[in-house]
Design a binder for this molecule. Structure first.
Ligand code: CP
Length: 315
């Protein structure tokens, strides 16, 4: 039962709870009218202290498609945070107006802190370079839908035997940390981390993989990794997390996925990207049937509908 629960990082929900969310999201995708009025009279607060397109809009679309309403801000400069109000007080206020809070904040740990002050569920929509668990739900649903086999009973069946490559900024990319952590719970998955040495995945991620006995390798070469991958998860170099612009400029175009590189990949590969894309996937790749990042963004809305209906307790 997810009623009343917060989601701060992927480990907050069990594998079975995540499977239930994926089934519900698939049901909603099949029949968009299902649960249409289920959140009538409910309010969702969306508090975005950092820019967002997909996460905020898909949460707001999800809530409205369930019959509920949204309030909040997309620019902290327009909130009393700009006058020095603490996060704890902002959260207490939002919780007194809304039935659940979705928050993005540049500080690692902000969502956990918010959940400690909030009497209503808090959903982490990204805390600095730490976690982004609803992107992980989106990513896993996409993998299940596009790489699952008929007859798979759960995500465990769908991911067994897959080699998942992560490419780009693995140091600051919170979506990478969350997805790698989530995949570490599934036996038979292999991970390949492709990054420049300066942007390697944090040690807490690789240590977790070692503890869980998940096979992984680290490389700087996308060309070498490409032929062995079943899923390629491209990421943007996170300019906003760099301490100096020179380093960003030096590293930003280390990897560009081109049609030429796609020629060396498996026919069944799927290319994912949490988006926004800057320059790391050539526009020409969009027409390749293996490019799944726009579908992925749409699955994000279905899984967020499933999540909201579940934590609001209307299902
Ligand atoms: N994937 C993602 O978090 O996108 P936004 O930054 O646009 O919300």
């Amino acid at each position: 039962m997810l009623k009343g629960r917060s989601l701060i990082e992927p480990g907050n929900f069990t594998i079975e709870e995540m499977d239930a969310l994926f089934s519900l999201a698939e049901r909603i995708e099949e029949d968009p009218a299902y649960l249409r009025e289920s959140c009538r009279g409910r309010l969702l607060a969306t508090l975005f202290f950092e820019p967002s397109t997909r996460t905020r809009l898909s949460f707001e679309a999800a809530m409205q498609r369930l019959g509920g309403s949204c309030l909040g801000f997309a620019d902290p400069g327009s909130s009393s945070a700009s006058k020095g109000e603490s996060l704890a007080d902002t959260i207490r206020m939002a919780a007194s107006y809304a039935d659940a809070i979705v928050m993005r904040n540049p500080k690692e740990g902000a969502a956990l802190l918010a959940s400690r002050y909030s009497p209503v569920p808090v959903i982490n929509a990204g805390d600095g370079g730490h976690h982004h668990p609803t992107q992980t739900l989106t990513d896993l649903l996409t993998i299940k839908r596009l790489r699952g086999k008929p007859g798979d009973k759960s995500l465990r069946d769908s991911v067994k035997g897959l080699t998942v490559g992560f490419c780009g900024d693995l140091k600051f990319g919170r979506t990478v940390h969350s997805l790698a952590k989530a995949l570490a719970r599934y036996e038979g998955v292999k991970l390949v981390f492709v990054s420049p040495p300066e942007l390697r995945a944090p040690e807490y991620v690789t240590r977790l993989l070692q503890r869980e006995k998940i096979e992984y390798l680290e490389t700087t070469s996308l060309e070498d990794a490409m032929p062995g991958l079943d899923v390629l998860y491209m990421t943007r170099v996170q300019r906003e997390r760099f301490f100096n612009e020179e380093d960003y400029i030096r590293l930003k175009d280390t990897y560009v996925l081109s049609l030429e590189k796609m020629e060396t990949a498996k026919k069944e590969l799927i290319v994912l990207h949490p988006l926004p894309r800057v320059n790391e996937i050539a526009i020409e790749v969009d027409a390749d049937p293996r490019a799944a990042y726009f579908k992925q963004a749409k699955y994000g809305m279905y899984v967020r509908m499933a999540l909201l209906a579940s934590i609001m307790g209307v299902i």
